[in-house]
Design a binder for this molecule. Sequence first.
Ligand code: IPD
Length: 278
Amino acid sequence: MSDLPEPGELLALATTVAREAGDLLLRGRLGHVEAAATKSSPTDVVTALDRASEELVGRRLRTARPDDGILGEEGSDDAGTSGVRWVVDPLDGTVNYLYRLPNWAVSIAAEVNGQVVAGVVHAPALGVTYTAALGEGAFRSAFPASGADPHPTRLTGSTETDLSRSLVATGFGYGAERRAAQGAVLARVLPRVRDIRRFGAAALDLCAAAEGSLDAYYERGPHLWDWAAGGIVATEAGLRLGGLHGRAESVDLVVAAPPALFGPLHDLLAADPPADRD
Ligand code: IPD
């Protein structure tokens, strides 16, 4: 663990691999896409392309850095020995992908000794790649761009300070019980904000909050692979990322918001006990 890589080095590798997986998924979308299986519930689908993307990402990362660990949505779980672990959602927004809606992405984060230090969220059908490395800011690049976009935009989040004027994104899990609980929370949030958006890919919701096209994002029940890469994009854009009652973001709650909105939004959400997990 002596020669730990710099965040920028990990980000460069993640970006190359995410774009390669994005190309695979784009090509796959030209053919017939169907759910290959269901996971936690009949609505929680996995396509053959989810698996192919995770396999490609895993293979490329292992070839480049054989001693690293990998945690992936479709089953990869290896601690590794190098101190680096990759957290991969090979296709965030699977249901959008299945329905040929454009909000889906490949999301890859790199942790060093348990801390996320780099993240890429690559959305081929939207034509954008979001990137962040610890201490180096968050950026949005136009796509396609081989190598570096000459004009990446630095992200700084929304300047909104009033929750009642805030556009807030959220997401829902796949289990019926969890959804019922999420609906109850939503009923309380909706009258207190400008409006709610549900785009269907948590990593992209976090990036949209990072670029200020949303004011904030919250969700109860997402998994680490849903928020690891988008989370560092959000924090490097100046947003506060956290969970319940001062705790770190977790499966119980992920909130990303400009500092002035974080407290009011958190307090609105914290009134409910965590619902059952998917
Ligand atoms: C899902 C999406 C969705 C969020 C769910 C996630 P998947 O990921 O990010 O927006 O609300 O919590 O599970 O299943 O499309 O990879």
